[in-house]
Design a protein around this ligand. Sequence first.
Ligand code: HEM
Length: 141
Amino acid sequence: MTPDQVRLVQQSFAKVAPIVDQAAIIFYDRLFEVAPAVKALFPADLAEQRKKLMATLAAVVNGLSNIESILPAVSALAVRHVTYGAKAEHYPVVGGALLWTLQKGLGEAWTPDVAAAWTAAYGTLSTYMISEAYGSAQAAE
Ligand code: HEM
């Protein structure tokens, strides 16, 4: 990611902050619509889950300016996900639902540059998580 992309991700996420609860609802609705099979992996009551996801996303977005500082926590998160039943192939699906949600939430502020910056951010993060959880061979797929 370039420094400009980090800035774009941080600035655009700040715009979503006021509607973060709504965004989390939209995200899970979208995820379960495109990938109904993953619904069974999640607890039935998603209220707590939504809060955790958004708090973690906020921490990660904030940490992009100093990525080394967040890698240990992101690695531990990735390893926990193995026990949740998450597979490497789920990461692009989750990324798609996340970008879709941001696009809906940002409206006209979802410019091609913002889209490219989020694609790079999620790509960097998910490649790292997959390699920490399942090994680098899968991350390269
Ligand atoms: C960048 C990507 C992701 C982030 C930031 C993220 C974040 C989180 C967070 C913060 C939690 C709360 C529990 C914890 O901290 O361990 C969680 C739980 C969970 N995540 Fe993710 N996640 C990501 C990708 C995925 C993917 C690809 C899947 C696959 C379907 C997934 C499935 C789950 C499930 C099933 C739980 C709930 C476990 C339970 O409470 O029983 N996540 N995630």
